[in-house]
Ligand binder design. Structure first.
Ligand code: BGC
Length: 863
């Protein structure tokens, strides 16, 4: 089938978003001009089940149908340790999951057809022993939420206290009502610690109660209920987003002990030889008579309380939990560490640990909160996303930030560019210490990246596309290793971090080394071609869009590499001038030569930037426009996402995008494109961007805002905001989409707030959605904490602490002094384009050689 339709992806319908994020009514507004009735979104959540609460995610009805999703949504984590929201009873679950960041098993990747440099060592996050289990029996009847007669049920994740709380009143088969309240939290203040409590009161009559508190190795052990072993989460099938399953024992038991309310278990992973210890400690408080029995086996530990519960007499159980892991430290030593963590926690007491959690979060929200006054439903969703960023990064420390944080098995617990491009902007401006740690983590990988570059026949360092240990783990090189842009993404994030924080110490010690080695890679990977003028080209790479791979001169890669080269040259040159001693040390350490630094500057200067004169757009790569267009409008919904229904080669043949590529370059390197270019590119690429990756919508939102497509910006923002809360991609069950959560912050601050941080200054060109009365966000810039309030008619700046600073609003220089509210009036907020994107030079347009661009859908097998 071939048709020369105008828009391939339904764009005529008033800027419809491809992934249909949030069933908007199409705008019927005229092309330009203000609107009296800005578009209203339907709330995607069932508010009887998930009522609106600005500081909590609340569930009022137990839902067996979407367990996988709610397990992810109600996870508690601190960046090091994460526990999915499985119910305490340990029964029905989509995936019982507890994860320690970076704790992984390795396996040999077997390529049917091997080649030099293919990734060899698979790395998969391990489901560490489950300490969440606290089973309850009343009159010997087990509580099982799926079948229980519940008079009351509420589960809530509180963003201020960092506690997951469940309140249940259960009417047993004997007709007795029992109140069972539990809490679970993973401590932000103490990285290795989690605490749980259980409160039970018989409301009607007396009854024997049993509480069986357990530690279960679910990675290898048997689940008593399903009889299934190794329940580490759904294996991937042909879905690359899921985890590989390990069909063998992973955790070899090394030690077990039980006594005095405490159980410890120790393990070593079979192949990667990592070590882990888990310890749990119990304290029972009740005036009821009770007895207890404790035991430990290689794959489980149990403390069983038998209580003669009397009506109205409370039972309070505290369970303290510690996990310690290592690459090399013996299990015995890790068990000691667990004991010390537990002893300290016991001395401190649960209440005080909860106080510390609240204090930590207080401080977090003081610098991270984004407020949407008078919009409680959106506010709740925004805070849930920001809270996820804390849960993914806060105590990651020597580890990276995985695509799913520590909330699920998706992408096997790997680290990607998601960290640098999607999460680090938030961390840089809200949690700079966590940003520093994430960058230091890359620094720690630098040696492995040097070796990888060597293996790939390049100079410098090549960071792995996906990894846990530092080794490349991407088995499919075309959409993996070929994404060389990861080097520039890291360099970009670090330059932005240093600019915003002024952390020259990091730049001098670690940053400069990363800049130098990545610049070396680019200078070596690219090459000069002289045809009248000299141009620097980069061939055979893949950009962010994985529906087109191994191409020449991918625009995104080239502009980001240019940034990398230019900043490496600039940093080294400045260092030489300003601090010759430090320069001498760096030069010696890295065998740096003056002429190579000059060469980087030349490469940056001569970088080839593809542009198509006849269509007036930047091609995604040299051959992109030669392809025909994928007709998304006529692609059946059941064939989405495309990657699960078409062989990569089918996708590669077309102009169709998994995710923003040129459009992301327009955002990250905006200062190098004119407003007209941005608009033309955005209009060209938006209709052929499927958004099959959750990394897309948030970027499309930012560029829609900048190019004046305000309604579209809002719709894409909602698509990102509700990626997980509304399970928009059908895989929230595999864990939180952390990059999208970071993108939500970026869409608010860079998109609607219009902030940019190029050239060492903060600038604002705000674009507040018409339906929003106000947007408030906080930024840390050097020593200053700034509060920004955006309204229809003004933008305000207030210094919360620290010295005076300057920003620019449009063309106006603004001095902000402490103790003064600085108000800048706004007249309008940029151009507003209503309705459809269009009409771009896409389908029906002509290429430079005069040929017509057409659109079609490849015939699926079953049609
Ligand atoms: C995206 C990548 C991303 C990865 C992990 C993929 O679907 O295409 O850009 O890094 O997911 O989030």
């Amino acid at each position: 089938m071939e048709a020369a339709v105008r828009r391939p992806n339904g764009a005529p319908e008033a800027g419809r978003v491809n992934a249909d994020p949030w069933n908007f009514e199409p705008s019927t507004e005229p092309e330009q001009g203000p609107s009296d009735a800005p578009p209203q979104a339907e709330d995607p959540l069932d508010r009887t089940r998930f009522p609106i609460d600005e500081w909590r995610l609340v569930e009022t009805d137990y839902g067996p149908a979407d367990l996988g999703t709610t397990e992810t949504l109600f996870s508690v984590a601190n960046g090091y340790l994460g526990m999915r929201g499985n119910p305490e009873e340990g029964r029905d679950a989509h995936t019982h999951g507890t994860f320690v960041n970076g704790f992984h098993e390795t396996w040999q990747i077997r390529h049917a057809e091997d080649a030099h440099g293919f990734a060899r060592v698979g790395q998969t996050i391990v489901n560490v022993p489950d300490t969440k289990v606290m089973k309850v029996y009343v009159d010997d009847e087990p509580l099982n939420l799926a079948t229980a007669d519940l008079d009351e049920y509420e589960r809530s994740l509180d963003f201020k206290t960092g506690v997951l709380r469940r309140k249940v009143i259960w009417r047993t088969s004997a007709g007795k009502r029992v109140q069972i309240n539990t809490t679970r939290m993973v401590s932000f203040a103490q990285r290795h610690l989690a605490i749980m409590t259980m409160d039970i009161t018989m409301l009607d009559g007396d009854a024997p109660i049993v509480i069986s508190s357990q530690v279960l190795n679910r990675q290898d052990g048997h689940d008593e209920y399903s009889g299934v072993t190794r329940s580490t989460g759904a294996a991937g099938g042909n879905d690359p987003r899921k985890q590989e399953s390990l069909d063998r024992r992973v955790l070899d038991p090394v030690s077990q002990s039980a006594g005095d309310g405490r159980i410890t278990l120790g393990y070593r992973t079979h192949e990667s030889r990592m070590t882990l210890a888990v310890g749990v400690d119990h304290s029972m408080f009740t005036d009821n008579d009770y007895s207890e029995q404790i035991s430990a086996e290689p794959d489980s530990g149990k403390l069983v309380y038998r209580i003669n519960a009397r009506q109205g007499m409370p039972i309070h159980l505290e369970k303290l939990v510690a996990y310690h892991t290592s690459q090399s430290v013996p299990v015995r030593e890790l068990i000691d560490r667990c004991r010390r963590t537990l002893d300290r926690a016991r001395e401190q007491g649960v209440e005080s640990i909860h106080d510390d959690q609240r204090a930590w979060l207080n401080e977090f929200w003081r610098s991270a909160d984004v407020e949407l006054p008078k919009q409680p439903a959106l506010q709740q969703a925004v805070r849930w996303n920001l809270f996820q960023l804390a849960q993914a990064s806060a105590r990651a420390e020597a580890q990276g930030i995985a695509a799913k944080g520590v909330t699920g098995t998706g992408y096997s617990g790997h680290y990607f560019w998601d960290t640098e491009i999607y999460v680090l902007p938030f961390l840089t401006y809200a949690q700079p210490q966590a940003a520093r740690m994430a960058l230091r983590f890359r620094y720690a990988m630098l040696d492995a990246a040097r070796q990888r570059a060597e293996e790939m026949a390049q100079l410098g360092a090549l960071f792995p596309w996906r990894t846990i240990s530092g080794e490349e783990a991407s088995a499919y090189y075309a959409a993996g290793t070929a994404q060389y842009h990861i080097d520039a993404d890291i360099a970009y994030a670090l330059v932005k971090y240093v600019n915003a924080t002024g952390d020259l110490d990091f730049l001098l010690h670690e940053g400069v080394e990363i800049l130098v080695e990545t610049a070396r890679l680019w200078a070596d990977l690219g090459f000069w071609r002289t045809n009248g003028t000299s141009e620097f080209h980069i061939h055979s790479v893949t950009g962010p869009d994985e529906y087109t791979t191994v191409v020449n001169d991918n625009l995104f890669t080239n502009v980001m590499a240019r940034f990398n080269l230019a900043h490496a040259a600039e940093t080294v040159t400045e260092l030489k001038q300003l601090n010759p001693e430090a320069y001498a040390r760096v030069a010696k350490r890295l065998s740096l030569r003056d002429n190579e630094v000059e060469e980087w500057a030349r490469c940056a200067e001569g970088m080839y930037i593809p542009f198509d004169e006849s269509l007036g757009v930047h091609p995604q790569d040299m051959h992109f426009l030669e392809r025909e267009v994928w007709d998304l409008e006529h692609t059946p919904a059941e064939k989405r996402p495309l990657m699960l229904h078409y062989h990569p080669l089918v996708l590669y043949r077309f102009q169709v995008l998994k995710q923003a590529d040129v459009v992301l370059a327009l955002f990250l390197q905006g200062e190098h494109f004119t407003a007209e270019e941005k608009r033309a590119d955005f209009e060209y690429y938006d209709p052929i961007t499927t958004g099959d990756s959750t990394l897309s919508a948030v970027v499309q939102s930012i560029m829609a805002a900048e190019t004046g497509y305000h309604d579209l910006a809002l719709r894409y923002f909602y698509a990102g905001l509700f990626v997980d809360l509304d399970d928009r991609h059908g895989n929230t069950t595999d864990g939180v989409h952390v990059a999208s959560a970071g993108g939500v912050w970026s869409a608010l601050v860079y998109g609607f707030g219009g902030m940019r941080d190029t050239g060492g200054e903060l600038t604002f060109e705000p674009r507040l959605p018409e339906s929003w009365p106000e947007l408030r966000f906080r930024l840390r810039w050097r020593e200053t904490r700034l509060l920004v309030t955006l309204r229809r008619d003004e933008i305000r700046f207030e210094i919360l602490s620290g010295p005076a600073m300057q920003v620019r609003v449009g063309e106006q220089q603004v001095d902000i002094e402490p103790d003064e509210v600085c108000r800048v009036p706004l007249s309008g907020q940029g151009e507003r384009r209503r309705g459809e994107i269009g009409p771009g030079p896409l389908v029906g347009g002509r290429r430079q050689d005069g040929s017509l661009i057409t659109a079609s859908v490849p015939r699926p097998r079953d049609q």
